[in-house]
Design a protein around this ligand. Structure first.
Ligand code: AMP
Length: 213
């Protein structure tokens, strides 16, 4: 089973990806994390892309597709994969087929604009990539020895730009997966993410448990 987690910045893809990965033993491929890793390691690629990420724009399709292709080849994984943050454009959606990844299921995570902004602005991450929100930090920080940081692109200006970019590309990708769903090539589900994390976990579990049957 290979899954695409699709949705706007701040909708909770990272949090849900971790839940799915743990419960169903599926490997997460997060393009955002791969790119941030390059920036943190100060590689040539990292240096070239940090401005693009910090301005809320997308890395160009050719480059990101090359990166993901290389990653999959290196890790030698084609099954039990969850794509978090890829595809983000229609060209990227086409390229998944070319890479030879067989997508079983697309989960579109949905939340209102205000919720997205609130989640992005309140997001904190620790060095292991674990995601927190300032609302819940008091309780959880006791369990974390790591320092919490704010992603450089998690500010209001960049957040708005990232959401705008998402909205520009969203329709084409959804149409693409709708067609595939009608042709019974994939399963396509919409998940209301304007709920608590636990409620969203439960709804996703219902879908994935059914798919396994
Ligand atoms: P994320 O962690 O998924 O929010 O991604 C953070 C940033 O990385 C995005 O705002 C983009 O600049 C870049 N990025 C991540 N995934 C992609 C992708 N599939 N295509 C282009 N840029 C991406």
């Amino acid at each position: 089973m290979n899954i695409v987690l699709f949705g706007a910045p701040g909708v909770g893809k990272g949090t849900q990806a971790k839940f799915i990965s743990k419960k169903y033993n599926i490997k997460i491929i997060s393009t955002g994390n791969i790119l941030r890793n390059e920036i943190n390691k100060n590689t040539i690629l990292g240096k070239n892309i940090s401005n693009v990420i910090n301005s809320g724009k997308l890395i160009n399709d050719k480059l990101i597709t090359k990166i993901i292709k290389k990653y999959i080849l290196k890790k030698n994984i084609k099954n039990r994969i969850l794509l978090d943050g890829f595809p983000r454009t229609i060209n990227q959606a086409y390229s998944i087929d070319n890479i030879g990844l067989n997508i079983t299921c697309v989960l579109e995570l949905i939340a209102p604009h205000n919720t997205l902004i609130e989640r992005i602005i309140g997001r904190r991450i620790d060095l292991s990539g674990k995601i927190y929100h300032i609302k819940n930090i008091k309780k959880k920080i006791n369990n974390s020895k790591n320092k919490l940081i704010i992603r450089t692109d998690d500010n209001i200006k960049t957040a708005k730009k990232r959401i705008k970019t998402y909205l520009k590309n969203q329709k084409q990708i959804i149409d693409f997966y709708n067609k595939k769903s009608i042709n019974k090539e994939i399963k396509f589900y919409k998940i209301n993410c304007n709920k608590t994390i636990k409620e969203i976990n439960k709804n996703i579990s219902k879908i994935l448990d059914n798919l396994k049957k």
